[in-house]
Design a protein around this ligand. Structure first.
Ligand code: AMP
Ligand code: GLY
Length: 421
């Protein structure tokens, strides 16, 4: 099978790496990819957001499958363009990706499907926002309706800060915000594959969104993740499949916009039960780095089954019983003002260590061919092991082997879970 993967992040590197370990895969391509992906796949300088260009590349390559990693190309209809060219594609249509592309739309689908989520109000004026903030009380949750690259959500007890964020979102053309009740309790990410009819859950993972240890500081794209979650209730996956994934997939089909791809269920385990915090229409980053590290079933056939409507006939997925932990190495200044162009060394040393692999995100080659940072989240260092403690030790040994001037990372990824807290 020849596969083209669209995207540039560590998530896409994790997908390419898993595909490279699948004996059914004969060739890997990426558009545009990054230097780490380039070690495993042929890179093509094609704009991930340009559906016609991606479809033309897939046609030229004779690709058997295209995998679209990030949300922006999905919402822009890149999967539609590839599908229209007659090539199987893993990833929802632009219409179905609105589950991520509009939080108001996602709320509407959840309401129609009876999916448990935070009570919410959609607002288009500051007065409506103020009324909703007062209705729900603090802490306040204000979300930009549209895609905002991880910067759309503000959770704060400061009413003025909530109003200021809302005003900023509303100032955009067609600006809308969703104001929600605050959900307490730990968060879980569960990815559920679908072909529009059947659903297949992966294993749960947890992401660390805040920049600093102990969840201090601003939100980021994600500073680390681990799986499994020893503290999660035993029936969690079955419950989410029955109460969240199946009704959502059925509702999307009922609306004439079937969802095929991966439904990322962002969940809060609240004192009142499981609630959906958000849907995404793609794999999560950095959770994918740990989920795929534990997947034993070859990945290509599973993604192809989602793309071609045959998930119902696939064998049950098999998983490594052990654990995986990923630690994100971020550049100086991230997430406020990330510095680029710093030299990265030590990746080969890290990968010499047992049970460590390094995935690239914001990396580039400079004019001399040296690896440098090129973004906020630079690397995802993944450690695996029999236990979370062993996987953490591996991941952090990998981080210590790497040098990136001015970089920072969290030191408490999976710590509480490994200690049984
Ligand atoms: P999102 O961009 O939708 O992924 O939201 C970013 C983060 O904001 C989530 O992972 C949560 O940590 C937090 N968040 C979103 N909605 C709520 C909510 N209703 N209550 C509490 N925290 C929330
Ligand atoms: N890990 C959060 C996200 O992918 O949106």
């Amino acid at each position: 099978m020849e596969i083209l993967v669209v995207g540039t992040g560590a998530r896409e590197h994790a997908i390419v790496r898993a595909l490279s370990l699948d004996p059914a895969v004969t060739a890997l391509h990426a558009a545009p990819g990054n230097p780490g992906i380039g070690a495993l796949a042929q890179l093509h300088p094609v704009d991930a957001l340009d559906g016609a260009a991606v479809a033309a590349l897939a046609t030229e390559l004779g690709a058997d499958l295209v995998v679209v990693g990030p949300e922006a190309p999905l919402v822009a209809g890149v999967a539609d363009a590839v599908r229209a060219a007659g090539i199987p594609v893993f990833g929802p249509s632009g219409a179905a990706a609105m589950l991520e592309g509009s939080k108001a739309f996602a709320k509407d689908v959840m309401a129609a499907a009876g999916v448990p989520t935070a009570a919410a109000r959609v607002a288009t004026t500051v007065d409506e926002v103020a009324a909703a903030l007062d209705e729900f009380g603090a802490p306040h949750v204000v979300k930009d309706d549209g895609l905002a690259a991880g910067k759309g959500v503000v959770v704060t007890s400061d009413r003025d800060a909530a109003l200021a964020h809302a005003a900023e979102c509303l100032a955009k053309p067609g600006g809308r915000v969703v104001v929600e009740e605050y959900l307490d309790g730990p968060e879980v990410s569960l990815f559920v594959l679908s072909d529009g009819v059947d659903v297949v859950p992966l294993v749960p993972a947890q992401d660390f969104k805040r920049v600093g240890d102990g969840d201090a500081g601003p939100n980021t794209g994600g500073m680390g993740a681990y799986s499994p979650l020893p503290w999660a209730p035993a029936g969690l996956v079955d419950e989410v499949v029955e109460t969240v994934a199946k009704p959502t997939i059925a509702e999307m089909t009922r609306r004439g916009t079937p969802f095929a791809g991966v439904l990322y269920c962002g969940l809060a385990l609240t004192s009142r039960g499981v609630r959906v915090v958000e849907f995404n229409a793609r794999f999560g980053d950095p959770e994918t780095q740990v989920v795929l590290a534990r997947l034993r079933t070859p990945l290509a056939g599973v993604l192809l089954a989602s793309a071609t409507g045959s998930l119902g006939e696939t064998e049950p997925l098999t998983w490594d019983d052990g654990a995986a932990v990923t630690v994100v190495v971020a550049s100086h200044g991230y997430p406020v003002q990330a510095r680029s162009g710093d030299p990265i060394t030590g990746i080969a040393d890290a990968e010499q260590l047992p049970h460590v692999h390094v995935l690239h995100a914001g990396t580039a080659l400079d004019a001399d061919g040296h690896l440098v940072s090129a973004g906020g989240r630079v690397l995802s260092v993944v450690g695996t092991g029999a236990t979370l403690t062993a996987a953490r030790e591996a991941a952090y040994a990998g981080v210590e082997a790497i040098d990136l001037p001015g970089s920072h990372h969290r030191s408490d990824i999976a710590l509480a879970a490994a200690q049984g807290a």
